[in-house]
Design a protein around this ligand. Structure first.
Ligand code: GCO
Length: 471
């Protein structure tokens, strides 16, 4: 008996040592930052990002406009403070002013999305007025020498499609193909950089597992199906975009480059010598990061989380559908086995690190690790989102400086990063958090729609100017 216990103990120790060795702490030292020494690749994209629903306003045909009118089981509005997106930052009418602000800041690229519910308000019905709007917007970007980086799907759906089950339903793939094809025909002459989907995992997690975003379901098997369908839709959209877009609008010899935007959240075990924390970390990492990323290596999407779901979808050729990959990075969480919680796991920000208004820990090393994680694809990487919601100007400045520094370290280590987009150009509608969380470089007064540059953003302007001066 004693021998058996000793054997068990040894086995436990071996496993823990093995986990620690397999996931070594990242080489990351706080060091003195000198932006004057930075060298970034030529034609690096310095930008800011937004998404249509969050900034444009007037997206009343989107699923979210309906969702915002509903209440949860306790009778609370779905959106904090009962906010409704409504006119948002009125970017639809003010895009010229906003793009000039972006340009004046020194940026040379804009990541934005088109609102599907405006372009296709009814099944099979293309809205030429909305299409013209985006054509003008893209032309205006070209006039300002701002490279457009367009995302086709950034969380919202036309209401008619949500009513059919959205991406739960296999037909959604055909509807997405149609929308992609028409958008490519319309905007292909102006746009070279295309992302199919923004953060598929955030969508599935918040909409189908946690149930706090539209459509408010809590069904992990459906979430797996949604992800499987989205990956298939990405794959087909990749081919459609390449087949449709023939015009090289930025003169680099390539008419279009297609990628997907993946959010990467870093998870580490709260107690490095406690095996259950490692197991939780592995599971949560699989859910948030690995399941989707691995699909692009293996041509197969597998979503197996302990005994809660076993899903598998073959996607032959998926690994050939990335010309670039977008990384959205915000934070790192510690994970802990918690037998008392329903999910048996708790994820929380490390106590010692500063926190943003989202209660996310500020952890620049995590950006370096996120970049390392996708480096294996061998395609150019864009940081498609990174930013902070805070009223603390000094914290904003530190955040920007330290994250750009982490990205610069990655470049020094030969990771092929080609651009950085701050989230967000201006304050906007932060989904279930409503308008209270402000991520913008520019503060938006929602009464007057006046934009004011925030303090603590100058550092970003300086970094851009200094990188340009070396080109
Ligand atoms: C997301 C989105 C953005 C958010 C941003 C801040 O990650 O949810 O891509 O729409 O606004 O990330 O949370």
């Amino acid at each position: 008996m004693i021998n058996f216990l000793i054997l068990l103990l040894l086995l436990y120790l071996l496993l823990v040592v093995w986990m620690n060795l397999r996931h070594p702490a990242v080489r990351w030292k706080e060091h003195k930052i000198n932006i004057a020494e930075y060298t970034f690749p030529k034609s690096f994209f310095w930008g800011a990002a937004t998404s249509a629903y969050q900034v444009e306003g007037g997206s009343y045909n989107a699923d979210w406009a309906e969702w915002e009118k509903t209440y949860d089981v306790s009778g609370n509005p779905r959106i904090k403070n009962g906010d409704r997106c409504g006119k948002a930052a009125d970017h639809w009418n003010r895009y010229r002013e906003d793009l000039r602000l972006l340009k004046d800041f020194g940026c040379n690229s804009y990541r934005f999305s088109v609102e599907w519910s405006k372009l296709v308000p009814q099944p099979g019905k293309w809205n030429p007025a909305a299409a013209d709007h985006y054509v003008e917007m893209c032309r205006f970007m070209r006039d300002l020498e701002i490279e457009p980086n367009l995302t086709l799907h950034h969380f919202t759906l036309p209401r008619w499609l949500a009513e059919k089950g959205g991406f739960e339903h296999p037909d959604s793939i055909n509807y997405f193909m149609d929308f992609t094809h028409k958008t490519a025909e319309t905007l292909g002459p102006y746009v070279d950089y295309w992302a199919t989907f923004n953060e598929p995992v955030a969508l599935a997690l918040m909409g189908w597992i946690r149930g706090v975003w539209s459509p408010g379901k809590q069904d992990i098997c459906l979430a797996a199906r949604v992800l499987g369908n989205i990956l298939e839709a990405h794959q087909q959209a990749y081919r459609i975009l390449h087949a449709t877009i023939r015009q090289d609008s930025d003169g680099d010899g390539v008419p279009c480059r297609v990628g997907i935007v993946k959010n990467i959240t870093i998870f580490d075990p709260a107690r490095k010598w406690y095996l259950p924390d490692w197991l939780c970390t592995t599971q949560i990492n699989k859910l948030y990061n690995d399941a989707v990323l691995d699909a692009f290596h293996n041509d197969r999407f597998r979503f197996n989380l302990l005994n809660r779901v076993r899903y598998r979808k073959e996607l032959p050729g998926l690994s050939d559908t990335l010309d670039w990959i977008g990384v959205n990075y915000y934070t790192r969480f510690l994970t802990k086995f918690d037998p008392n919680s329903a999910q048996r796991v708790q994820a929380f920000p490390a106590k010692k690190l500063p926190k943003t208004d989202m209660d996310w820990a500020v952890c620049p090393a995590g950006l370096y690790r996120a970049l390392q994680r996708v480096n294996g694809f061998g395609v150019p990487i864009f940081i498609t989102e990174n930013g902070i919601a805070t009223d603390d100007d000094q914290l904003r400045k530190d955040f920007i400086l330290k994250h750009v520094d982490a990205l610069h370290e990655a470049i020094l280590d030969k990771i092929d990063v080609r651009g950085y987009y701050y989230w967000s150009l201006m304050d906007n509608f932060e989904w279930a958090e409503g308008f209270a969380k402000r991520f913008g470089l520019y503060y938006v007064d929602y009464q007057t729609q006046e934009r004011t540059l925030k303090n603590g953003t100058d550092i970003y302007r300086e970094i851009i100017a200094q990188s340009r001066s070396k080109e």
